[in-house]
Design a protein around this ligand. Structure first.
Ligand code: HSE
Length: 439
């Protein structure tokens, strides 16, 4: 092995992932350096908690509480940003690029929102911004989409890309518990954060599917156009009815190329139980990618955690070690397509999305009710795929009616729902969920 030089790393943040990165780099140093072609050495760590740096590193590298000194440090070749968020992390990444450092980051929020600016700055400076850890943690999904599937016209991607919500949904289904009850338990076990908003409201998944969509279709990141719904209003009843109909509800990030534009959406989705991805339970992640040549491919693994995420961070370090001497045009482009070949494809509004639907309504249990509802559906050209009606409970006069429809446009189903809700025999609001066959 020719030892060109050591890659010197400045690590920003020694929390869970930073600690995992340090540990795996140390444990597998010999293997990693045989792969990289040179040793990878953490030369400086920045964290507000200096005692923690000392504890994790055992004093084997320099330490500081000033992250800005690291991004300007002449000894540092690569900066690993593990601070998170769009605030100081953005300033640090932009400063690192300006100082000619390559960057490895796990920060999906930052890249989904400011990726265009960051990648342009990196391109202009001739440095690499690597982000395998930003999507689905330890699963090498960026490698797969950007390189492994490069022959394909990618048609769609659908992924369980948030472990917290998948854990909550699995528990709700297993135990028949409400969202609120399971969330509390998930927080107690450390699966969900104290402020779980980004996870449970689908924002984290939307950050990740935004990045995947750009790499799948060769377009700039457009997080602001993503349609986002989380799981906080999902009811255990619907999980149970879906199960009876042969479906499981998962929070999916979905992006699809259509003749009219690109769908970019995150929402609870019914998927047939017989699909492998429907059986991904607990905090695990899985991503399904459909390419025209390869067909359907599925990637499964841990989407979070110290060492799974470190696995992705270090893979990026190895890539940088191998690629940094290559001319810019010979490197893998940040968003899979050459920077001057990105096309600003339109993102479709949710009203224009075409999919199938699950509808649950509360109806009075008397003759003619079903006829009225099916008339509205027929007039709107919405075909029914399956239906269940549950007998009213003792002493009740209303029954639950659950319908699965064939594909129709979202604005069409919304008009149908408005008409159904206006019927005197229908009580309250119709529950609407989207359904994907993923076939
Ligand atoms: N909070 C994320 C999840 C992991 O629950 O999957 C980091 O992206």
């Amino acid at each position: 092995m020719i030892n060109i030089k050591t890659i010197n790393v400045g690590l920003l943040g020694i929390g869970t992932v930073g600690g995992g990165t340090f540990k795996v780099l140390q444990r597998n140093a010999a293997e990693i350096s045989r792969r990289a072609g040179c040793p990878i050495h953490i030369s400086v760590v920045a964290d507000r908690n200096l005692a923690l740096i000392q504890e994790v590193t055992g004093g084997t590298c320099r330490m500081t509480d000033d992250a800005f000194s690291v991004v300007a440090d002449p000894e540092v070749d690569v900066v690993i940003e593990l601070i998170g968020g769009y605030g100081v992390a953005k300033d640090l990444v932009m400063a690192a690029i300006a100082h000619g450092k390559h960057v490895v980051t796990a920060n999906k929020a930052l890249l989904a929102v400011h990726g265009n600016e960051i990648f342009a700055a990196a391109q202009a400076k001739g440095v690499i911004v690597a982000f395998e850890a930003a999507v689905a943690g330890g699963i090498p999904i960026i490698k797969a989409v950007r390189e492994g599937l490069a022959a394909n016209r990618i048609e769609w991607i659908a992924g369980i890309i948030n472990g917290t919500t998948n854990f909550i949904l699995s528990e709700m289904r297993d135990k028949g518990l409400s969202f609120a009850t399971v969330l509390k338990e998930a927080q107690r076990l450390g699966y969900a954060e104290a402020d779980p908003t980004f996870d449970v409201e689908g924002v984290d998944a939307a950050h990740k599917i935004t990045l995947l969509a750009s790499m799948a279709f060769g377009m700039p990141v457009q997080f602001d156009k993503a349609h986002i719904e989380g799981i906080s209003t999902l009811q255990a009843t619907d999980i149970e009815y879906a199960e009876q109909l042969g479906y499981r509800i998962k929070l999916l990030g979905i992006t699809k190329r259509t003749a009219e534009g690109v769908e970019l959406r995150v929402h609870p989705t019914l998927i047939p139980t017989k699909r492998l991805i429907a059986n991904v339970e607990g905090a695990m992640n899985a991503v399904l990618v459909q390419g025209d040549a390869v067909g359907s491919t599925l990637y499964y693994g841990k989407g979070a955690g110290a060492e799974p995420t470190a696995s992705a961070v270090i893979a990026d370090l190895v890539d940088i070690s191998r690629m940094h001497t290559a001319a810019q045009e010979n490197r893998v482009p940040h968003l899979a397509f050459q920077a001057d070949q990105l096309v600003g494809l339109p993102i479709l509004s949710i009203d224009e999305v075409v999919t199938s639907y699950y509808l649950r309504l509360r109806v009075q249990d008397k003759s003619g009710v079903l006829a009225e509802i099916t008339r509205i559906l027929a007039e709107a050209n919405v075909s029914i795929d399956a239906m269940i009606q549950k007998e009213p409970s003792e002493g009740e006069e209303q029954a639950d009616l659950v319908l699965l429809t064939h594909q129709t446009r979202e604005k069409n189903i919304n008009a149908v729902i408005a008409q159904i809700e206006a019927l005197a025999v229908v009580d309250g609001k119709v529950v609407k969920l989207r359904m994907e066959t993923l076939g």
